[in-house]
Structure formats: C-alpha cells, structure tokens
Design a binder for this molecule. Structure first.
Ligand SMILES: Cc1cc2nc3c(=O)[nH]c(=O)nc-3n(C[C@H](O)[C@H](O)[C@H](O)COP(=O)(O)O)c2cc1C
Length: 198
C-alpha cells in the first residue's frame, strides 16, 4: 500500500472485532524494526514491547481482575469478569512501555514517553499496511502498579498503551476526518501581548 494512502486511511478497529490471524513472528519482527525507527532524542531507545498472546491473555486478564479487586475490594463479580475478559478481545496485545531514564538534564521524561508513543504509532501504521487492524487502549491498567509489576516493569517505566492487534472486518467502518486546515495557521511575527486574552 502507498505510504500516504496508508496514513490518510488510518483507522482503529474496536478490539472485539479483531480476529485471528494476528501478525506472524516474521511480521512482528518487521513491525518492531519499524517501531525502533521512531524519533528518539539522544538515542535513549526509551521503549520496550511486551507481546501477550494465547494463554498469556487469560493470565493478563486475571492480573487485571486482581488489581481491580485490590483497588476496590467491594467490586462486584460482573465488573471483575469484564476486566478479566479485556485481553481476550483480540488475538494479540502489545504492551508498549516507555523505559524512562529519570533525571536526564537534556531529555525530559515527557520526551521519552513521546518517543515510545511514536514507536507505538509506527507499529499501528505498519500493521495496517500489512492488512491488519489494531486499536491503542490505555485506562487504569496502564497505571496500576500491580499490573506493571506483573508485566515485569521497572519502577520508572510507563505503559503508554496496549495495542490490540488482529485481522479487521472486511468492511471496516472508517471515521470521517476533519479538514486539517482548521488546525493550521502560519506564524510570521510575534503576537502583541496586549491582544492576548487570558
Ligand atoms: C494514548 C492513547 C490512549 C487511548 N486510550 C483509549 C482508551 O483507553 N479507550 C478508547 O476507547 N480509546 C482510546 N484511544 C483512542 C483509540 O486508540 C482510537 O484512536 C479511537 O478509538 C479513534 O479511532 P481512530 O483511531 O480510528 O480515529 C487512545 C488513543 C491514544 C493515542
């Protein structure tokens, strides 16, 4: 697929609509090579990619449920089951982790997270170019320390998202996009501070 068509036609697939097959190991290798071309200030390589598929999805669901119960011991069984089933919605998940180097005088944490997020987007775009669908999801399971611990994260690591991947429906619903020109302006000289409304 032409690279520009791939960009202009980018869309997410609701996780429940993602079916087998997911990308093969060879295809995943290509996607991870694409991920590590992400812009990266200072060449910190601030990312790691955790594959979760097959039976491991059930174990991750158990972790989500246990973490929920620890946060809220009064949680009802229906809500717990909902959390347990979250990773089962798609054949493959990739937890994209920002591996943070704290205290870098030139490269703040924010830039390291942005870089990992760019890597995640490369995976999504690459997967779409191969004919796969995906969606980037976050929520409390990116921030709960029990979940981070179960995934083997270090203290400063941040999960930037779970990419759910698989084969999309034959007729995906692609959302309309706004006209980009409304977000663009040309700057030619400093604004007059007196005109600025605070
Ligand atoms: C950092 C980040 C976190 C997101 N987290 C969620 C989420 O938890 N739940 C959700 O429904 N969509 C989430 N999204 C949005 C979806 O990935 C997706 O972009 C959205 O459904 C719009 O669909 P589109 O990508 O086809 O425009 C997130 C996107 C980003 C970039």
């Amino acid at each position: 697929m032409d690279a520009i068509d791939n960009l202009l036609g980018r869309y997410s697939t609701p996780a429940k609509q993602l079916q087998e097959p997911a990308p093969s190991d060879d295809q995943l290798n290509t996607l991870f090579q694409a991920a590590v071309t992400a812009p990266d200030h200072g060449n910190l390589q601030p990312w790691s990619f955790i594959l979760i598929r097959g039976e491991a999805r059930h174990k991750l669901g158990d972790v989500f449920a246990e973490a929920y119960q620890l946060r809220d011991p009064s949680v009802d069984s229906e809500a717990l089951e909902n959390y347990r089933n979250k990773p089962l919605r798609a054949p493959l998940l990739i937890a994209v982790v920002a591996k943070i180097t704290p205290g870098n005088p030139k490269i703040p944490v924010q830039e390291q997270i942005i870089s990992a997020a760019c890597a995640a987007q490369h995976i999504q775009l690459g997967a779409q170019a191969m004919g796969f669908g995906s969606i980037w999801l976050t929520g409390i399971n990116t921030r709960d320390w029990k979940v981070c611990e179960a995934l083997g994260l270090d203290f400063d690591d941040k999960i930037v998202g779970y990419l759910y991947l698989g084969t999309p429906p034959e007729q995906p619903s692609i959302p309309p996009r706004p006209d980009a020109s409304q977000f663009v302006r040309e700057w030619t000289e400093p604004s007059d501070a007196q005109d600025t409304v605070i």
